[in-house]
Design a protein around this ligand. Structure first.
Ligand code: NAI
Length: 339
């Protein structure tokens, strides 16, 4: 297929070119992000391959469909950036990579937890300056603590198993409880219960109308003082301003996030020679107990290989009329189990 790949970075080219040696598609890489202003670049490409911060709203999809696009091959698990109803109306098929490496994201969440709890970010910077004092670096044992997971799909499942290995009590909230995890000792509870009893809360649900700002002022008020919150899901699951209020009040032990509500204009770019114009993110970065990474949870060799292979296989399957059903995204997906 002729594939227009948007928001292309060097690493996309490396992994997609390598996988394409097996598929033989014609891939053209566009550094530009995809939205209604850039959709015209894809005219004549039957397949468009967007990334997570591209904007696939109705106007973009309309323009893509007019230019002949018939397949949106998302190179992500999440699809909250796509107007699925708009795509369906215009006969544009949407495919995704439902599972590439849940371990990549789960392990990154663990990394954020250890960094925030044991203050590794501060410790490493101190030692570089030959400051070997320990004051201010005390953390807590994870062993024996209660970890609450919101969402126990593929990534939540991997994270739960790691936390069980640490000797934590794991509780979870998910409309689709996982019997295998329950068998391992994970206790499914209501959200309020989870907020009230957890020492660590980790978000692994998709962004949907129901999960937007799930971590709100009201939710934060229910949590134990000193709770550590992790978000590797989608930025808007957490109300950033509410979290800043809780941080200022000294009610949070720490925050580790790989995603941010307004990351679309910032992440995946080197902006180090410019002023940071996002005042909310700037405020967040002033707290010593906050660690922010720029959406790198997926970014392992294994995950990139799997993403490239499945995306290109989805395109090949589309040409043959047989994309695996599990990889297709329909308008109903927002209310079903999704990623
Ligand atoms: P998944 O579809 O396997 O699991 C999502 C789980 O969340 C399902 O079990 C679903 O029932 C549950 N869920 C849905 N609504 C819920 C609610 N209101 N409360 C509690 N649970 C709810 O998805 P997967 O692969 O585990 O990914 C989870 C999310 O992680 C994705 O939606 C995506 O937003 C994010 N992600 C982040 C990446 C990163 O690089 N930081 C990379 C890949 C995914």
């Amino acid at each position: 297929m002729r594939i227009a790949l948007f928001s292309a970075r060097g690493f996309d080219r490396e992994f997609f070119d390598r996988a394409n040696a097996r598929h033989g598609h014609e891939i053209v890489y566009f550094e530009a992000g995809l939205d209604s202003r850039t959709a015209g670049l894809a005219a004549g490409y039957a397949c468009v391959c967007p990334f997570v911060n591209d904007c696939l709203d109705d106007a973009t999809i309309e323009s893509l469909a007019r230019g002949g696009t018939r397949l949106l091959a998302l190179r992500s698990a999440g699809f909250n950036h796509v107007d699925l109803a708009g795509a369906a109306r215009r006969g544009v098929t949407v495919a995704r990579v439902p599972a590439y490496s849940p371990h990549a994201v789960a392990e990154h969440a663990v990394g954020l937890l250890l960094t925030v709890n044991r203050k590794l970010h501060r410790a490493a910077a101190r030692v570089r300056e030959h400051n070997f004092a320990l004051d201010g670096l005390m953390g807590f044992d994870l062993h024996g603590k209660t970890v609450g997971l919101v969402g126990t799909g593929r990534i939540g499942d991997a994270f739960a198993r790691i936390m069980l290995g640490f000797g934590c009590t794991v509780t979870a909230s998910d409309p689709n409880p996982d019997a295998a995890l329950a068998g391992l000792g994970v206790r499914y509870v209501g959200l309020d219960d989870l907020f009230e009893r957890s020492d660590v809360i980790s978000l692994h649900c998709p962004l949907t109308p129901e999960t937007r700002h799930l971590i709100s002022d009201a939710a934060l008020a229910r949590m134990k003082p000193g709770v550590v919150i992790l978000n590797t899901s989608r930025g808007s699951v957490l109300d950033t301003r509410a979290v800043i209020r809780a941080l200022k009040a000294g009610r949070l032990g720490g925050l580790g996030i790989d995603v941010y509500e307004e990351e679309g204009d910032l992440f995946f770019r080197d902006l180090s020679d410019r002023a940071l114009l996002d005042d909310v993110l700037a405020r967040l970065l002033t707290f010593p107990n906050v660690v922010v990474t720029a959406h790198q949870g997926f970014f392992t060799r294994e995950a990139m290989e799997a993403i490239a292979e499945t995306t290109l296989a989805n395109a090949a399957g589309f040409e043959r009329g047989c994309v695996p059903a599990a990889n297709l995204v329909t308008p109903q997906a927002h209310i079903a189990k999704s990623g």
